[in-house]
Design a protein around this ligand. Sequence first.
Ligand SMILES: [Zn+2]
Length: 158
Amino acid sequence: MAFRDGDGWVMCSCGHRHWGLHGAAGLLLVRRDLDEPRVLLQLRAAWTHGGGTWALPGGALDSHEDSVSAAAREAEEEAGISASHITVKDIFSDDHGPWRYDTVIAHTTSDAGAHAANAESEDLRWVLIEEISQFQLHKGLEAAWPELRLRVLATLTA
Ligand SMILES: [Zn+2]
């Protein structure tokens, strides 16, 4: 395992602290082999930051990593996602100045191997796009979701 040099908190101009000295990234994976597109949500284990809420697999960037690599690595560690089964379609940046969260929007035509793969994942679920707002979301995802939703829909019609 590579040395992780991105672990740590950033005090942000928005007044919150964020995880990831070099920013953070997550994978928004859209499954397209079902009747309707579904998005993979992860229930964060109670002991994690934002524990007990639904979020995207993801985490801090290492200094040498780009957002796509970090999102794919975290999705594999936490949710067993195989990078060979996903196709990146778009990246949505939530830029806070000193800190940034990049949501990597990708498609898959299988379950991509998804299963709760480490202790940070309590559960994983493939959720209809229009049902996501009914879940108790991690506050970062909740804030970004209205805009993210439009970006996801755009990847489906492109
Ligand atoms: Zn901020």
